[in-house]
Design a binder for this molecule. Sequence first.
Ligand SMILES: NC(=O)c1ccc[n+]([C@@H]2O[C@H](COP(=O)([O-])OP(=O)(O)OC[C@H]3O[C@@H](n4cnc5c(N)ncnc54)[C@H](O)[C@@H]3O)[C@@H](O)[C@H]2O)c1
Ligand SMILES: O=C(O)C[C@H](O)C(=O)O
Length: 334
Amino acid sequence: MSTLPVNVTVTGAAGQIGYALLFRIASGQMLGPDVPVRLKMLEIPQGVKAAEGTAMELEDCAFPLLAGIDIYDDPKVAFDGVNVGLLVGARPRGAGMERGDLLAANGGIFGPQGAAINAGAADDVRILVVGNPANTNALIASAHAPDVPADRFNAMMRLDHNRALAQVAAKTSTPVGDITKVTIWGNHSAKQHPDLTQAVIAGRPATEVIGDDAWIKDDFVPTVAKRGAAIIDARGASSAASAANAAIAHVHDWVNGTPEGDWTSVAMPSDGSYGVPAGLVSSFPAVSKGGAWEIVQGLELDDYTRAGIDTSVAELVEERDAVQELGLLSAANA
Ligand SMILES: NC(=O)c1ccc[n+]([C@@H]2O[C@H](COP(=O)([O-])OP(=O)(O)OC[C@H]3O[C@@H](n4cnc5c(N)ncnc54)[C@H](O)[C@@H]3O)[C@@H](O)[C@H]2O)c1
Ligand SMILES: O=C(O)C[C@H](O)C(=O)O
């Protein structure tokens, strides 16, 4: 990236995650301590006033790297020239809302945003979808941006990845920094598959250090997969600071590379690796090199891992089929 300001568009800027995210982006934690940023905040009209308040606070931080702040309620302008887009704003599930209703409501958000990205984004654009259902929302956005390479659309699994690291660290009394090669496969949902079969703790296989297969299957996997719901139950609102932290780390590593000897978990369009149908936005172990993700290849999958991936991917197929049926994967419906 050059020293020209990087245009960072954040949707849902007045929301909880937006509030935890914007200050860290402006301080340089996402793109680096030498990279100026211009924030382009997108909200729905009812959210604009609150976004203006957040912008006032951003100004009051006097961040040296913050080159400008603009607030929009029109995606076409908000994504004009965007280099990095964080698609956070989404329609939450309301009382009595079926999964199909949620997918349809979000299709109405992510289709037009994808079209706006297609029309105005910079050539190096990178899009991270955070708003749920994140994987399928990323698929919808990408379908409406036929001129943008599909691999520029990611969905966020980094929070699940970090949750897995934290659980293993607590179980083994190991510093998080000594734990590598954890993977989350599949969908950002309770059907994700957290996987420790390749994980390493201070140079030793994690499964050997843990020495408790029942803990992995009966405790670790469901705890990580259902952590989002546990946070909602405890906080009365979904995770915000940890989600923002994960988004910062995801984009940081995408742009600047992953540490040598480790990988992270990224939902990106499948190239057919590990039997995941091509095009589905599914999570894989991935390294970032030269500003692009590469799926880690050649991992042996035991039967338990294979079954976990298949279950999660089946859910993604269902979601894709549902939005396809609703016409949300057709660019004509933007
Ligand atoms: N992928 C993950 O790991 C992860 C983690 C936590 C939360 N989430 C999801 O992130 C999303 C946002 O969470 P939150 O806590 O910030 O919610 P929130 O309700 O506090 O904020 C959402 C904001 O988005 C805005 N918005 C809605 N539609 C919009 C549109 N079309 N364009 C622009 N802005 C729009 C709303 O006005 C609101 O200000 C939710 O879908 C949540 O489920 C994902
Ligand atoms: O689980 C949720 O609905 C919220 C969010 O996606 C999370 O993982 O915390």
